[in-house]
Ligand binder design. Structure first.
Ligand SMILES: NC(=O)c1ccc[n+]([C@@H]2O[C@H](COP(=O)([O-])OP(=O)(O)OC[C@H]3O[C@@H](n4cnc5c(N)ncnc54)[C@H](OP(=O)(O)O)[C@@H]3O)[C@@H](O)[C@H]2O)c1
Length: 311
């Protein structure tokens, strides 16, 4: 299954640098076992997740299953420096040392894909190019991409790079459809259609850049988490949650599958990065590839979640 990615952000326990304890390790192994069994073969990391512990625990799991490495794709990200202050850093030296740390924690010799995590306003494309050349030459990274980048930010980097940027990971969900709805906003005055990342979907489609969707379950907002706080949810949430539940019942699939299928219905073939650590939810999400959402259902869900109709 390559239609979903398993996101490892939450498997490492705390973000304060405390080494993972046995409970964290057990929970992470259970999540990764479930993901593997359900057919996830692409695993998403970042050097900062749980201060490196997500990659560390994953590395331990992989060491316990060494035969699996050749059957999976490993992606990680760099470019954010945690600390005081938090900084973004796309300098050559930071990218190179980050990749060395990632490889060491994962216990592998090569990353299948490296993404630049969030746009660094101080980026010098020549620095990125020097780092990518070195990573390609040494065989440490096979493919390159970005995350949270607009079309023009990608264009700026790409002009200087010899390597093709092949992925852009963005937040996309029913709760955060901005990447998609920004295209609807052209020539509209409605303030609730954000103009952020204008034309990024079109740019990625034109240049065969795979869009990956982070936080695709919207933390369960329409697939169960909202139910627990029914009093807190608003009318839009309730309408969208009911619609998701109805569709799931009709199709005989999980609510997670419906929420993800909404993203996957987009013709850009957006790939959700599922971040649940709950084995049942991980398996439930994997049904998404079997659900085809109609145009009517797609627009119905979008308008229910936004709480307003199309212009
Ligand atoms: N590029 C970026 O800037 C960026 C930013 C954030 C994330 N990411 C990537 O995207 C992946 C996914 O992100 P995410 O974890 O934020 O997104 P997500 O998959 O939308 O949400 C997962 C979170 O929602 C909770 N959840 C889901 N359904 C629930 C339900 N029915 N009831 C209660 N809780 C529920 C999960 O809890 P359980 O664990 O209990 O299921 C988990 O905490 C990450 O692992 C990471 O790889 C990338």
């Amino acid at each position: 299954m390559t239609s979903l990615i398993y996101g490892c952000m939450r498997i490492g326990g705390s973000w304060d640098g405390t080494p993972p304890d046995d409970d964290t390790r057990r929970a992470a192994f259970a999540a990764l076992d479930a993901a593997w069994e359900a057919g996830y073969r692409i695993f998403d990391h970042a050097d900062i997740y749980c201060a490196g512990n997500s990659e560390r625990v994953f590395g331990e799991w992989l060491a316990a299953h060494p035969g699996l490495r050749s059957e999976m794709l490993l992606q990680s990200k760099c470019g954010i420096r945690l600390g005081d202050p938090v900084m973004y850093d796309f300098s050559r030296d930071h990218i190179l040392s980050s990749v060395d740390g990632i490889l060491e924690r994962l216990g592998v010799e090569r990353l299948d894909s490296l993404l630049l995590h969030r746009p660094d306003p101080l980026v010098e494309p020549e620095e990125v190019a020097a780092a990518f050349d070195e990573l390609e030459r040494t065989g440490k990274v096979a493919a390159f991409g970005v995350s949270n980048h607009s079309a023009m930010q990608i264009e700026l980097l790409q002009r200087t790079l010899d390597q093709r940027l092949s992925a852009n990971q963005m937040e996309v969900s029913l709760a955060h459809p901005d990447l998609i709805t920004t295209g609807v906003a052209v020539n509209q005055r409605e303030p609730d259609y954000p103009q952020r990342a204008a034309d990024t979907v079109e740019y990625c489609r034109l240049h065969d850049i795979t869009l990956q969707a982070w936080s695709p379950l919207a933390h369960g907002r329409y697939s169960g988490a909202g139910d627990k706080n029914a009093g807190d949810t608003n009318a839009e949430d309730n309408a969208a949650t009911r619609m998701v539940a109805d569709l799931a019942r009709e199709r005989g699939v999980s609510r997670e599958a419906v929420v993800l299928a909404w993203i996957m219905r987009h013709p850009a073939r957006i790939v959700p990065v599922v971040g649940s650590t709950n084995p049942e939810r991980i398996v439930a999400a994997a049904q998404a590839g079997d659900v085809l959402i109609s145009r009517e259902e797609w627009y119905g869900l979008l308008q229910a979640a936004r709480g307003s109709g199309m212009p």
